[in-house]
Ligand binder design. Structure first.
Ligand SMILES: CC(C)(COP(=O)(O)OP(=O)(O)OC[C@H]1O[C@@H](n2cnc3c(N)ncnc32)[C@H](O)[C@@H]1OP(=O)(O)O)[C@@H](O)C(=O)NCCC(=O)NCCS
Length: 170
């Protein structure tokens, strides 16, 4: 898989992404906006776990974002179970040095089109912590709609925070 998204490419994670992954992922400001699956500090063991080929089997739609040949972030979708099998939990992150250049908007647009092309998902959900307006803006610019507010549903970084549910239907 190799998807051109403006200046970035979305592609499979590779074993040789280890050093780049460690340099961008070990960041509190990235961790603070993501679910519990993303660790902090982000250790060498965490990178090895993530880059283990077994993860590619468990999470077939989790990809690296590459800029100028280096991995600078991740994007992907997790399909739900059972009756939620046509719903996907969509997520993404970018290393802090790369924020504010429009990169993620281009990646989200490209990745969403690709996900709808290769899966039967009908609904992509992106729950955004209320303190993260940049991510809400990315989703709005990419055709997601603000659907609901899940009040005090998230406990992160020692704080209770609302999650704002953004949704894109096929
Ligand atoms: C959120 C994140 C993905 C944004 O990536 P990015 O490449 O910087 O996003 P873009 O440059 O494409 O767009 C950001 C938009 O947010 C806006 N923005 C940035 N900070 C903002 C703020 N504090 N308040 C309101 N809007 C803000 C920008 O102006 C831009 O909108 P514009 O094009 O209309 O001006 C990136 O900051 C990130 O990875 N954060 C940590 C992980 C994360 O939050 N993941 C998403 C979890 S839901």
């Amino acid at each position: 898989m190799r998807l051109n998204c403006g200046p970035c490419v979305v592609r499979e994670w590779r074993a040789d992404d280890r050093a780049a992954l460690l340099s961008v992922a070990n960041n509190r400001e990235v961790w603070r906006n993501l679910s519990h699956r993303f660790p902090h500090p982000y250790t060498e063991a965490d990178a090895d776990y993530w880059l283990d080929p077994q993860r590619r089997i468990e999470l077939p739609f989790a990809w690296a974002i590459e800029l100028d040949g280096s991995a600078i972030g991740g994007v992907g979708v997790d399909a739900g179970q059972g009756v939620f099998a046509r719903t996907g939990n969509f997520g993404y992150w970018l290393g802090e040095p790369y924020w504010g250049r429009g990169l993620m908007t281009a990646v989200v647009r490209g990745a969403v089109a690709h996900i709808f092309a290769i899966t039967q998902l009908q609904r992509l959900e992106a729950p955004v912590f209320a303190w993260n307006p940049a991510s809400m803006r990315v989703l709005e610019k990419s055709g997601f709609e603000r659907e609901s507010v899940q009040r005090r549903s998230v406990f992160k970084d020692g704080q209770l925070v609302d999650a704002v549910m953004y949704v894109r239907l096929r």
